[in-house]
Design a protein around this ligand. Structure first.
Ligand code: LLP
Length: 416
């Protein structure tokens, strides 16, 4: 995390001190580095060099308008999974013609809106979905471009909740049905089958699953071509992991892109990818303040003001996030703490058994929290959601304000 560094023993994001940010916006809060997200997006984009390609940022990873704006201004494409995400992309100035629509359960109104604003392509996951899309496109006098999402049956070697490319998963259609369905789609009056797509899982930290996936997709593209069914683009999904633990060494974006390009060498297809986490995870931290230190028997706890409602990943996936002090080396004794929040659940922890030299009132940063952090936050325990701050060099922008209790109560209605 090169954009997060200590200066005068205080953790900074680019040129902004996290102590100052906490004083100005309160805690807990999410803090993002614009430079970090731009650098990662460009690393993907540049690695394709002269090959026709589209980097579609997976909006689900972090859909805050300010984040989407930054990426839209780089010329990013977007991968969306709902009409809500589509409206966010549009509101952020994203280009619908660079937007692909993934997901197993697209509703009619979602398809209609996506056709209306002329998105680039639907990644379709079933025969039933093809029929529905054909009907809606026909009623609107439109032709829908479709990528068929196939399930390459590759084990990404990641947490079962975030692996999607195995055979018995709900995602995609079976490899052996692909040719038949592609032909079927081409026979529909208002559908144009233009490509194939896949996504095998998330937080993948090795190249091998991507290599296998790309090889299978390249073989399928050739099979379709041989059957007289042209393929203009192949979407290889997202899934590249980030370093969540010291010893993990996930591949760099360029290494992934090189593997993909190699698998399609000599084939005239546009390559698409849908990275989310790899762009935004390490561009963000969750900043939180220690409320209390306490000891139960031999166990020490640091009770902080962020909780599982702010960052669900440790509770849901047992994921690791480095937790580091904002003020480094001020001579306190180091102990091992469980870092826990105030929510009434034993699963409410941000990290177990972390060595930290801290006292009550100190700030700590929960790292790699830019992806699947703010977007998965809830109001559990009637906790207003945290603000999001975007740092851009010395400038600090609040891109989402803290929710208030009044915000929480607003949609509710009294019993008559
Ligand atoms: N494309 C499709 C079709 C996807 O389903 C996903 C993620 C992505 C792209 C982006 O994957 P990424 O590059 O971010 O790995 N909440 C979980 C992650 C769920 C990912 C679901 N699909 C977590 O916090 O780890």
């Amino acid at each position: 995390m090169t954009d997060f560094h200590y200066r005068d023993q205080v953790l900074h994001v680019e040129s902004a001190s996290l102590t100052d940010i906490a004083a100005r916006f309160g805690t807990p809060c999410y803090v993002y580095s614009r430079a970090a997200m731009e650098r990662r997006w460009r690393a993907f984009d540049r690695a394709f060099e002269n090959r026709a390609h589209l980097v579609c940022y997976a909006v689900k990873a972090n859909s805050t308008l300010g984040v989407l704006q930054v990426l839209a201004r780089l010329g990013s494409g977007f991968d969306i999974v709902s009409v809500g995400e589509l409206e966010r992309v549009l509101a952020a100035g994203g280009d619908p013609a660079r937007t692909v629509f993934s997901g197993v359960g697209k509703r009619e109104d979602e398809m209609r809106r996506a056709l209306e604003v002329r998105i680039r392509c639907f990644n379709v996951e079933s025969e039933a979905e093809l029929r529905r899309l054909d009907g809606i496109a026909g009623s609107m006098g439109r032709i829908a471009e479709v990528s068929l999402r196939v399930n390459p049956d590759v084990d990404p070697g990641t947490h079962p909740y975030i692996s999607t490319g195995l055979r018995d998963n709900k995602f995609g259609i079976a490899h052996e049905d692909a040719v038949r369905l592609y032909r079927f789609g081409n026979g529909l009056a208002n559908i144009k089958m233009t490509g194939i797509a896949c996504h095998v899982g998330s937080q993948i930290v090795a190249l091998a699953p991507f290599q296998d996936t790309a090889a299978r997709m390249a073989a399928l593209a050739q099979e379709l071509e041989r059957a007289g069914l042209p393929v203009q683009h192949v979407d290889l999904g997202g899934g590249l992991g980030v370093r969540h633990e010291e010893q993990e060494q996930p591949p760099e974006p360029a290494a992934l892109v090189n593997v993909l390009c190699a698998a399609f060498a000599g084939m005239d297809v546009e390559l698409r990818i849908e990275p989310g986490r790899a762009i935004i995870a390490n561009a963000g931290v969750l900043l939180t303040r220690v409320e209390y230190l306490k000891q139960n028997g031999p166990k020490r706890f640091a009770v902080v003001d962020a909780a599982m409602n702010d960052l669900l990943r440790p509770a849901l996936y047992h994921s690791w996030h480095d937790i580091i002090p904002v003020r480094a080396g001020d001579g306190l004794a180091e102990f091992r703490y469980d870092i826990v929040g105030p929510v009434c659940e034993s699963a409410d922890f941000l990290g177990h058994d972390r060595a930290l030299a801290i006292e009550a009132g100190d700030l700590v940063a929960v790292c790699s929290a830019g992806a699947y952090g703010a977007v998965m936050a809830s109001n559990y325990n009637s906790r207003p959601r945290a603000p999001e701050i975007l740092v851009d060099g010395p400038q600090v922008h609040e891109i989402r304000r803290r929710e208030t209790i009044a915000d929480l109560l607003r949609p509710e209605k009294p019993v008559p």
